[in-house]
Design a protein around this ligand. Structure first.
Ligand SMILES: Cc1ncc(COP(=O)(O)O)c(C=O)c1O
Length: 356
């Protein structure tokens, strides 16, 4: 690619103490930006200070939502390296999302190089306390000013970075989940498998109602039969039934999570019986009645593993594992986070060193 032009900030910011990080509130000094137009393709890669950028009110993204994003993490390891978790997996998914939204494909190698150069420059922003990380948010927006629904002729790609605190500051807290029977998130033939803002806009009303009813998250069912399990807010979902690990197959309407893939690979490597298949909410409730539903947990980049303590469906509520974190959920969480922090060997080759 053409050389990345770097413009550094005059005065650098300071990473707050790891205790005050929260999630997605603080941004590092620099960002990566690149432009696209149909004549030049992707061009002008540059690292510049994190700041406002100019945009016209008629930009297509504001009106018709043509945009995609990703969410991945870099970690400061116990021996003080900066490592990124499975970057190619996330960047390849970024390109798959681009396809769904008719956004021109990016060169994954080029974005990888840009990301690692940005991370090397911002290495002091990577927090080091247990559970903390640097969240990486690549995104593309349609920047052409135009009213009328069409595929844009111009785009902007950004990578911004945000140091984030530990998701579980006081240990695991199993979450209470509402099985959604009024709203739907996505359907086959739609955008459910793309990481695009429309899917998150779809989820807001259901999320608000669930919060108002005292639930932490929503579990989506399929849009046609309203019975097959899809996924949770920003997580894929797993069930441990009679020793078997079951997760909905990638059916075209759910996001293929990188943590989901990680859980599947790890479970197989531990000799567990693993199935990716259609699973209905009735089957889950029946398994509970028979005493066979051992654990339920979500998987996602932000939380890694999130144990589910309760499921509520049409007014029926079941407690899973007495609302306690299950052994398997805990084992997965401990293993994945220990590889990420460099406490144990990365035997499955997930981590890439920024070498800075
Ligand atoms: C809708 C949705 N499902 C699942 C996931 C989990 O995916 P990953 O493990 O890649 O973070 C996410 C988070 O990115 C998400 O937004």
């Amino acid at each position: 690619m053409s050389e990345i032009e770097v413009t550094k900030v005059g005065k650098v910011g300071v990473l707050p103490t790891d205790k005050n990080l929260g999630f997605g509130k603080i941004f590092t000094d620099h960002m990566f930006v690149m432009d696209y137009d149909s004549r030049k393709g992707w061009h002008s890669p540059r690292i510049i200070p994190y700041a406002e950028f100019s945009s016209l009110p008629a930009m297509i993204v504001f009106h018709y939502g043509q945009a995609i994003f990703e969410g991945m993490k870099a970690f400061r390891t116990v021996d003080n390296h900066i490592n990124v978790f499975r970057p190619y997996e996330y960047l390849n998914r970024f390109n798959r999302s681009a396809d769904f939204l008719c956004i021109p494909k990016m060169d994954v190698e080029q974005i990888h190089t840009a990301l690692f150069q940005l991370l090397a420059l911002e290495k002091d922003w990577v927090p080091g306390d247990p559970g903390t990380s640097l969240y990486i948010r690549p995104f593309v927006i349609a920047s052409e000013p135009h009213l009328g629904v069409k595929v844009a002729d111009s785009y902007k790609l950004f990578i911004i970075l945000s140091p984030v605190g530990a998701y579980y500051e006081t240990g695991f807290k199993p979450v209470s989940i509402k099985v959604e029977d009024k709203y739907v998130r996505a359907t086959k033939g739609g955008l459910g498998q793309a990481k695009t803002p429309a899917n998150y806009a779809m989820s807001l009303a259901a999320q608000q109602e669930a919060y108002a009813d005292g639930f932490g998250q929503v579990l989506w069912l399929d849009a046609v039969h309203r019975k097959y399990i899809e996924e949770v807010g920003t997580m894929n979902i797993f069930f441990k039934i009679n020793g078997e690990i079951i997760t909905p197959e990638l059916n075209g309407s759910i996001l293929g999570g990188i943590t989901r893939r990680t859980v599947l690979e790890l479970s197989k490597s531990w000799g567990m019986k693993v199935s990716e298949r259609q699973i209905s909410i009735e089957e889950v409730f029946e398994a509970h009645t028979k005493g066979e539903l051992e654990e339920v947990f979500g998987s996602g980049t932000a939380a890694v593993i999130s144990p589910v303590g309760e499921l509520s469906w049409k007014g029926q509520k079941i407690a899973i594992n007495n609302n306690q974190t299950g052994e398997f959920s805990q084992k997965l969480f401990d293993y994945i986070t220990s590889v990420q922090s460099g406490k144990i060997d990365d035997q499955l080759g997930w981590m890439e060193d920024v070498n800075c």
